[in-house]
Each structure stands twice: as structure tokens, then as C-alpha cells.
Design a protein. Structure first.
Length: 277
């Protein structure tokens, strides 16, 4: 019998030696800290966790975690993570990124990841702007935001509604957190990782540099008044009335999880037999 005692890890043990290059005051610092705390709380072995990201300020996150990570292509974090989960279903796979990466170029992948309902946790650090490319409007930017030289009169476009779209597309867990509420964020991350299926966590994470007015979010966020619902119609009504600042679990349901056969289980013999049948 193996009697080796594995000491439990502290939150800081999950952080790498790479110093984040985010701007001072960026909300992503709090997201990184909450994620490390969540891993420690869940006592996840480092070798069993992988963080997958796309491109953007928030997508730098895998470098700051002491563990396995994949910094992929712009908007392609979800297909990468889906492939990884298909090949290694025993791993805890976390996908991290921003609103531009996830809802614009990656928008199609977002829809299909929701409906596929693989056992993934998708954390979107939403600051309603493209931060890394110096402040252009993203899909969640308000229509009257005029500070970008590319849209000096605002976009005039309705905003992408991430929770509503996730619900319509089939996500089985939908929550919203705030970077300024680290304790609540850790609780939501814990619930999202424990949920079996595609867990979508939108984190309001202010961009200090290009959206300084988001400092006002601290006074605007409020807890979701209702208990998490398992009823999609109820969740739809809740989300339609939502002002975009309600935090908590908006929807959680036990839905069939897509878990394809591992590539190693599908040998040529199997494929030939299936084609011949
Ligand atoms: Fe954070 Fe904005 Fe700076 Fe990017 S540009 S690191 S999102 S504050
Ligand atoms: Mg952004």
C-alpha cells in the first residue's frame, strides 16, 4: 500500500514564477488569484489541470499558473480544449479568455461548445473592450461608447448577451461573477468546475486602462435575487430581465454530457467494422 502523504497545496503554490504583465489595477489579477484559490480549495493535483486560452490580455493567464497550459490561436481556445477533453477526459480542463476572443472571432465556437455540453469550464473575463490591441469596441461594448478612434460615434450596435446566448445554445451552467468580489468569484469557480457539463462563467473584469469608467461597477453589481434555477424557461425570463450586473449562478441543469470515445479506443479495426456495417 502506498502510504505517501501528499501535502495539500496552498493557493500560491498554483502560481508560476512568471510575473503578470497586466496593467496595475486590471481586474484579471483578481481572476487569477481566485482561480488559484479555487484549485487549492478543490485540492486539484497540478498534473490533472490544464488551462487553455486564445489571444488577448486575459488569455495570458495560462502562463501565470504553475501547471499545464496551452496559449492557442485567437478565438480557438474552445475547440482546442474540446479536443483535449475528448482525448483526456480525466483532466480538469479550464478555458480562459476575453470578450473579444470568445464572442467575436470565437463566437461560433462558443455556440457549439454550449450545445455540445462537454465537461469544460469556460471563464470569460469580460471588460467590454479589446484591451491588448489598445481599446477597440468588442461585441459586449455599449453602443454609445465613443472613446475608440475606430468608433468615434459609438458602434450603434446592440450588445452581445452572453448568458442569453449560452442558454439558448444549450450550456448547462451559466453564472456571472465580478473581479471586485474575490470570495464570490472563488465560490462561482468552484461551482463551475464541480458542475458536470459545459459551465460558462462570465466575469466582469474591469479594464483599468481603456475603460476606466468601469471602476463604477463596484457600486453597480448586485447579487442575483433568485436561487439558481434548473428550469431553462425560468432562466430565460431571469436573464431577459437581467441588467447585466447580477452576479451568481443564473442557471444550472444536469444535461447529457458529450463525451466522445477516446481516439485510442477507435482503432482502424473499429472504423473499418463501422464502415462495413
Ligand atoms: Fe487589463 Fe486593460 Fe491593461 Fe489589458 S489593457 S492588461 S485588460 S487593464
Ligand atoms: Mg476584452
Amino acid at each position: 500500500m502506498d502510504t505517501t502523504i501528499i501535502p495539500s497545496l496552498r493557493a500560491q503554490d498554483y502560481l508560476s514564477d512568471v510575473k503578470p504583465i497586466w496593467c496595475p489595477g486590471c481586474g484579471h489579477f483578481a481572476v487569477l488569484s481566485a482561480l488559484a484559490k479555487t484549485f487549492a480549495f478543490l485540492a486539484l493535483p497540478k498534473e490533472d489541470v490544464v488551462i487553455v486560452s486564445g489571444i488577448g490580455c486575459s488569455s495570458r493567464l495560462p502562463a501565470y499558473i504553475d501547471g499545464y497550459g496551452f496559449h492557442g490561436l485567437h478565438g480557438r481556445a474552445l475547440p482546442l480544449a474540446s479536443g483535449l477533453k475528448a482525448a483526456r477526459p480525466e483532466l480538469t480542463v479550464i478555458v480562459a479568455g476575453g470578450d473579444g476572443d470568445g464572442f467575436s472571432i470565437g463566437g461560433n465556437h462558443f455556440l457549439h461548445a454550449c450545445r455540445r455540453n462537454m465537461d469544460l469550464t469556460y471563464i470569460v473575463m469580460d471588460n467590454e473592450v479589446y484591451g491588448m490591441t489598445k481599446g477597440q469596441a468588442s461585441p459586449t461594448t455599449p453602443p454609445d461608447w465613443t472613446r475608440s478612434k475606430l468608433t468615434p460615434h459609438g458602434t450603434g450596435l446592440r450588445r452581445f448577451q452572453p448568458p442569453a446566448i449560452a442558454l439558448a445554445a444549450g450550456a448547462s451552467f451559466i453564472a456571472r461573477g465580478f473581479a471586485g468580489d474575490p470570495k464570490g468569484l472563488t465560490q462561482l469557480m468552484t461551482a463551475a468546475i464541480r458542475h458536470r457539463g459545459f459551465a460558462f462563467l462570465q466575469v466582469l473584469s474591469p479594464c483599468r486602462t481603456f475603460r476606466p469608467e468601469q471602476q463604477a461597477w463596484k457600486a453597480q453589481v448586485h447579487p442575483c435575487l433568485l436561487e439558481p434555477t434548473h428550469d431553462a424557461a425560468h432562466a430565460a425570463a431571469l436573464i431577459q430581465r437581467d441588467d447585466g450586473m447580477a452576479t451568481g449562478v443564473l442557471y444550472a441543469e444536469d444535461l447529457p454530457v458529450f463525451s466522445p470515445r477516446r481516439p485510442a479506443e477507435v482503432g482502424l479495426d473499429t472504423i473499418e467494422a463501422e464502415l462495413a456495417a
